[in-house]
Design a binder for this molecule. Structure first.
Ligand code: PEP
Ligand code: MG
Length: 539
């Protein structure tokens, strides 16, 4: 038996024959050409064919991967039109007198590399999209279009990496699971695999050798382990795990649509954390009673200029409409520290986590902040919205942020633009300062949501980005629990609700503690909701 360890990105257990997707190499030789204009026309014709293919794909994939995910193919179509992609291709054809295949491969690889070099996981994951588009155009140019369905029977499909288009087009009946040498957890490949319920493990590196093709294997997409020629003991263990999971899922499903009640009958709310419009579908599928944290920074990341008020409004409105009467807590911009966008031109800092980030940026750049606030208020006319400020440390910051929210409302009112008159305004408790003065903050806030990820970082002085000190990060540290208890007590004294939206909310080792503390809400990844509902009922 050979055991390989990768990074699990889509949970599930699968057993079958490994089949390597050996792609015949694309025709990317550097062929000289006679007539550059004709070659450019050949490139443009291939772009038109690619655009037609992408239109058809986005149409047919709607049901399989959902409307929002299918939008990826529209993004690919936009790349085809983008001058950042087309101009260098044309330039290479003209100046080097070489074939379009070579020019597309060269320009596409350079752009993909630029994405891969950006210090941001989201942007890194876009490199594969760039590769996907170039590959499509090269295949059209060379008449060498490849599909994934060249294997017989059901297999665990292995490759260097899978492009998002390939993953979306997989035949679920034939592909039991995906394993790859490379890949990124945030890539659309991983997102599609999760949406389609295909177990997937990435980042095996060269250990996932082509010699393993045809061998029997079993994998666990949760732990990221792949066993080739598995011993009977491992097969039994994983098959039992799969059966346990199936039974547990069946039993948890009984809680779907039911209210969340503690053992003593006290109502609690289980909300979802989301980071994009399409995540609202996952929140609903997970049976969330609302959205407790909508990380709005996704609107600002992965682009080269500020999103305008209208586009932000559209995104917030879509989420609010999808969630209907359920509350959606929109957290205002939390950029900086680990979430960087170049066009903000944030200063280089020694300690970005303690630097210019989140509410500090918003208070320093009122135009930017008020654009977002107006967009949220406009969207509030379409659902049950709440606003939440991140990284609050003082009453003064909260007052200034609320003042800007008031100005945003006044600006809309002056133009007769409708918005809801009663949008609750709350804060994240994610600094020890906020927890310690939570009695004062409670007087000026409508609710508290505890951001335990940052609260832990700042309380224990452990950089959440630094893996090498993770052993010093005791998330159950008494100091953190005391700050949570204090915040919750002060919220209740002032008649506010208090929830948790950091990762600790989903820590089942603390569920009873949180119930006993009297927390009113836990906002978690949607897949935890049914499990927590069952657990809370036992507390
Ligand atoms: C937190 O800090 O706990 C939180 C929810 O915010 P983020 O993880 O986005 O910083
Ligand atoms: Mg935070």
């Amino acid at each position: 038996m050979i055991t390989l360890q990768g990074k699990g990105v889509s949970a599930g257990i699968a057993r079958g024959r490994l089949s390597f997707l050996e792609r015949t190499s694309l025709s990317v030789e550097k062929r000289p050409i006679e007539n550059a204009d004709e070659e450019i026309e050949r490139f443009n014709a291939a772009r038109r064919t690619a655009a037609n293919q992408l239109d058809a794909l986005s149409e047919t994939m709607m049901d399989k991967i959902g409307e929002e995910n299918a939008l990826l193919f529209e993004i690919h179509r936009m790349i085809l039109e983008d001058t950042d992609f087309c101009d260098p291709v044309i330039e290479i054809i003209k100046t080097e007198n070489v074939c379009a295949e070579y020019a597309v491969n060269t320009a596409g690889s350079r752009l993909a590399q630029e994405f891969a070099d950006i210090d941001d996981d989201y942007m890194k994951a876009r490199a594969i999209d760039m590769y996907d588009v170039s590959k499509r155009v090269i295949e059209i140019l060379s008449g060498n279009e490849q599909t994934l369905d060249r294997h017989d029977g059901q297999v665990i499909l292995a490759a260097d990496d899978f492009t998002p288009s390939e993953t979306a087009q997989l035949d679920r009946e034939k592909v039991l699971a995906l394993v790859s040498r490379q890949g990124a957890a945030n890539s659309h490949t991983a997102i599609f695999a999760r949406t389609m319920g295909i177990p997937a493990i990435i980042s095996f590196g060269e250990f996932l050798s082509g010699d393993l093709s045809g061998k029997q294997a079993i994998l666990d997409g949760e732990t990221g382990a792949l066993y080739v020629d598995p011993e009977p003991e491992i097969i039994r263990e994983l098959e039992e795990k799969a059966e346990r999971q199936r039974r547990e899922k069946e039993s948890l499903e009984k809680g779907r649509g039911k209210p969340t009640l503690t053992g003593s009958g006290r109502p609690m709310k289980l909300f979802a954390n989301i980071g994009s419009v399409s995540d609202a579908d996952a929140a609903l599928a997970g049976d969330a009673e609302g959205v407790g944290l909508f990380r709005s920074e996704f609107l600002y990341l992965g682009r080269d200029s500020y999103p305008d008020e209208d586009s932000q409004y559209e995104s917030y409105r879509k989420v609010l409409e999808k969630m209907g009467e359920r509350q959606v807590v929109i957290r205002t911009l939390d950029i900086g520290a680990d979430k960087q966008a170049g066009y903000f031109r944030l200063p280089e800092e020694e300690n970005p986590a303690m630097g210019m980030r989140a509410i500090r940026i918003c208070l320093t750049r009122p135009d930017l902040f008020k654009t977002q606030l107006r967009a949220i208020y406009r969207a509030s006319a379409h659902g049950n919205a709440a606003i939440m400020f991140p990284m609050i440390c003082s009453v003064d910051e909260l007052r200034r942020a609320k003042e800007m929210a008031k100005e945003a409302r006044e600006e809309l009112a002056a133009k007769n633009i409708p918005f809801s008159a009663d949008v609750p305004v709350g804060i994240m408790i994610e600094t020890p300062a906020a927890a310690i003065i939570s009695d004062l903050l409670a007087k000026e806030s409508d609710f508290f949501s505890i951001g335990t990820n940052d609260l832990t970082q700042y309380t224990l002085a452990v950089d959440r980005q630094n893996d090498s000190i993770s052993s010093f990060c005791d998330t159950h540290h008494e100091a953190i629990l005391r700050l949570i208890r204090l915040s919750c007590e002060n919220a209740h004294k002032a008649g506010l609700w208090c929830g948790i939206c950091g990762s600790l909310g989903a820590d089942i080792g603390l569920t009873k503690t949180f119930v006993d503390m009297g927390l009113d809400e836990l906002s978690v990844e949607p897949s935890y909701i049914l499990k927590l509902r069952a657990l809370i009922a036992e507390c």
